[in-house]
Design a protein around this ligand. Structure first.
Ligand code: SAM
Length: 246
């Protein structure tokens, strides 16, 4: 099994922990994709609905497609008004030209890019919007970046919380790129628990995972911005790419 597929499958078993510990997204990210209300929007690779929930006030119909049943169970509980369907980006369970916009939060890098683009293009109306977004660590935050390198050693450097190259996509024209800086207060314990929901931690065996957590603890114990603190201020950047279906 390819490394990307193996890591993507790690999400199959998580739901509650993912929803509890992963960050949400700023409203401005949804505004960048949907400045005006639309009839129907699809959130693809929706997970537990952390971005889907921002779409509810921006579309008459919100559809979530996600391959992990555990993730989708949480989404269904939280967002009963959303039409939630099991499925993948490479075979989207929707009719041709049935949505005005497709959003992909923190998930496009898991897709088989060309197959997914063809499917997204099929379900979108011509002129429809594709919005890709990722939360990234703030380059100025040394301790968070050090923790990132524990989670994403060389083999996974392009996966999970990093962006795939999102400049040219078949069937789409790049329309905009926005970076939104924001920050959150998070306890040190929850920050560690957040890492435990990241693919490389999920896919690791128990000993490897324990060693990775020890590395995180050592970083937080020694960086002057985090040493001795139980509440951390975590700066983040949400990167948004918008495309128009050609
Ligand atoms: C990091 S999570 C992001 C979830 C959610 N969008 C969020 O922002 O919280 C990545 C999600 O992509 C899903 N995923 C992985 N491969 C996929 C594929 N081929 N098609 C659709 N979703 C996929 C995973 O099951 C997981 O829910």
């Amino acid at each position: 099994m390819a490394e990307r597929e193996r890591l993507a499958k790690a999400f199959e078993g998580v739901g509650d922990e993912y929803d509890r510990y992963r960050p949400g997204f700023p409203d401005a990210a949804a505004d960048a994709i949907l400045p005006n209300r639309v009839d129907a929007v699809l959130d693809l690779g929706a997970g537990t609905g952390k971005f889907t929930e921002l779409l509810i006030t921006r579309a008459d119909r919100v559809i979530a497609v996600e391959p992990s049943a555990a993730m989708l169970d949480v989404l269904r509980m939280k967002l009963p008004a959303v039409a939630a369907r099991i499925g993948g980006a490479e075979s989207i369970p929707l009719l041709d030209r049935s949505v005005d916009a497709v959003t992909v939060a923190q998930a496009f890098h898991w897709f088989d890019r060309d197959a997914a683009c063809a499917e997204i293009r099929r379900v979108l109306v011509t002129g429809g919007v594709l919005g890709l977004l990722w939360n990234r660590s703030d380059p100025g935050c040394a301790w968070d970046r050090a923790c990132q390198s524990v989670a994403h050693p060389a083999v996974t450097a392009d996966l999970d919380s990093t962006t795939a190259s999102a400049d040219e996509l078949p069937g789409f024209v790049l329309d905009g790129h926005t970076e939104i800086a924001w920050s959150e207060q998070i306890t040190r314990d929850d920050y560690i628990r957040r890492w435990l929901t990241v693919s490389s931690f999920l896919a690791a065996d128990d000993d490897t995972r324990a060693a990775m957590v020890a590395e995180l603890d050592s970083i937080l114990d020694t960086d002057p911005a985090t040493a001795g603190r139980s509440l951390l201020t975590l700066p983040m950047v949400t990167e948004v790419f918008t495309y128009i279906a050609a």
